[in-house]
Design a protein around this ligand. Structure first.
Ligand SMILES: NC(=O)c1ccc[n+]([C@@H]2O[C@H](COP(=O)([O-])OP(=O)(O)OC[C@H]3O[C@@H](n4cnc5c(N)ncnc54)[C@H](O)[C@@H]3O)[C@@H](O)[C@H]2O)c1
Length: 329
C-alpha cells in the first residue's frame, strides 16, 4: 500500500512536471487521443456486444449495419443482455435496473449510413462477415469518412490485419489494428490488441487504453494467424477430434478428462460445438492452405469426422447438433 501510494505520488508529480515542461499542447494532444466516441460496424452477435460494453462504460456509440432489421436485432440482443446484467447489479431494485438499461441503450445510436455513423468517431470497430474483400472495401470507405485521428480496428478472428489494411494509405495503415473480442463479449474479459507491421506505437497505446476503459484486459500481440488464443486453441481442438477418430476415448470422456484433469472450464468438444464446427473448419482449412507460416501444417489438416458433421449441417450449439445433441435441452 505504502509503496503504491509513493509510486503514484511520484508518477503524478512527474506527469505534472512533464505537462508544465511541454506546455498545454501536450495535455491537449493526450486528451485528443482519448477515445470517447465509438462507431461499431456490424450489428451481429459480436458488434452488438462491443457496442453494449462500450456504452456500459459511458462511451457514446453508433451502431452501423446494412439494414434496419439487422440494427433491430442488434438492439434486441443488447436489451436482453443488459437486462440480465441489470438484474444482477440491482437485484432488489427493478425500477433502477430498468432505468439503467434504458440509459445504456440511450447511448447507442443506430444508423444504416456508414459516412454519417463514423463522421465523429475516435475509434471504429468493424465486426462484419469474415470475408477479406468485404473488409478491405469497408476499411477504404471508413478511411474516407472518419476523422484523421480515428483508430480503425477489425474484430477479425482469422484474417491478417495487414491484408485488410492493404488498400489504405500509409498514415491510415499506421492507425489500423486488430481488436479481437471474444464471444460472448459482455462476459469475456480478454481483448487481443493486434499490432500489424505498420501499426504505430501511438495507435497501440490508444487501443490498450480504450480496452481498459471498458473493463477488459488487453493482450498485445503481432499480426500472425490466430493471434494468441486461437493459435493455441485450434491445434488443441483438432487434436481432440483426432483422438476421437483414433478411438482413444469418446467425446464425453475426453471433455471430462480436460475439465477435471487440466482445469479447463469447457472440454474440447463442448468448445468446438460452442464455436461452431463450420467456423472451426473454415479457419483450419484456410490456415492449412495459405496461413502465414502454417501452410501444410498437419495440425490443421482436414479431419474426416469434422468434414462429415459440417456436410450434414451439424454445426454445434447453433444448429442443435454437433459432437453433442442439443435438441432435447
Ligand atoms: N462469433 C464469434 O464467436 C466471433 C468471435 C470473435 C470474432 N469474430 C469476428 O467478428 C466478426 C463478426 O462476427 P459475428 O459472429 O458477429 O457475425 P454476424 O454474422 O452475427 O454479424 C455480422 C453483421 O454484419 C453485418 N454486415 C455485413 N456486411 C456489412 C457491411 N458492409 N456494413 C455493415 N454491416 C455489415 C450483417 O448484416 C450482420 O448483422 C467476424 O469478423 C468474425 O470473424 C466472431
Amino acid at each position: 500500500m505504502y509503496k503504491y501510494t509513493t509510486a503514484s505520488f511520484a508518477s503524478s508529480r512527474r506527469l505534472g512536471a512533464a505537462r508544465s515542461a511541454l506546455g498545454r499542447g501536450a495535455l491537449y494532444s493526450s486528451e485528443a487521443s482519448a477515445i470517447k466516441r465509438v462507431a461499431v460496424v456490424g450489428g451481429g452477435q459480436m458488434g452488438a456486444g462491443i457496442a453494449q460494453v462500450s456504452a456500459t462504460y459511458e462511451h457514446g456509440v453508433t451502431l452501423i449495419d446494412v439494414n434496419h432489421e439487422a440494427l433491430d436485432r442488434g438492439h434486441a440482443y443488447m436489451a436482453k443482455s443488459l437486462a440480465r446484467v441489470a438484474k444482477k447489479k440491482f437485484p432488489e431494485e427493478p425500477a433502477v435496473a430498468h432505468d439503467w438499461v434504458e440509459a445504456v441503450l440511450g447511448r447507442v445510436r443506430r444508423t444504416t449510413s456508414l459516412p454519417e455513423g463514423v463522421a465523429n468517431a475516435d475509434l471504429v470497430v468493424e465486426a462484419v462477415v469474415e470475408n477479406i474483400a468485404v473488409k478491405q472495401k469497408l476499411f477504404a470507405d471508413i478511411a474516407g469518412a472518419a476523422p484523421g485521428h480515428c483508430l480503425l480496428a477489425s474484430n477479425t478472428s482469422s484474417l491478417p490485419i495487414g491484408r485488410i489494411a492493404e488498400p489504405l494509405d500509409a498514415p491510415t495503415r499506421g492507425r489500423t489494428l486488430g481488436l479481437h473480442f471474444f464471444n460472448p463479449v459482455p462476459q469475456m474479459k480478454l481483448v487481443e490488441v493486434v499490432r500489424a507491421a505498420e501499426t504505430s506505437e501511438q495507435a497501440v497505446g490508444r487501443a490498450v487504453a480504450f480496452v481498459k476503459s471498458i473493463g477488459k484486459a488487453p493482450a498485445v500481440c503481432k499480426d500472425t494467424p490466430g493471434f494468441i488464443v486461437n493459435r493455441l486453441l485450434l491445434p488443441y481442438m483438432m487434436e481432440a477430434i483426432r483422438l476421437l477418430e483414433r478411438g482413444v476415448a469418446d467425446a464425453r470422456d475426453i471433455d471430462t478428462a480436460m475439465k477435471l484433469g487440466a482445469g479447463y472450464p469447457m472440454g474440447p468438444f463442448e468448445l468446438c460445438d460452442y464455436v461452431g464446427l463450420d467456423t472451426l473448419k473454415f479457419i483450419t482449412d484456410g490456415w492449412f492452405k495459405e496461413g502465414d507460416g502454417l501452410r501444410g501444417d498437419k495440425a490443421f489438416a482436414a479431419s474426416g469426422k469434422l468434414d462429415e458433421l459440417v456436410a450434414a449441417g451439424h454445426l454445434g450449439v447453433k444448429s442443435g447438433r454437433g459432437f453433442y445433441d442439443y435438441s432435447k435441452k
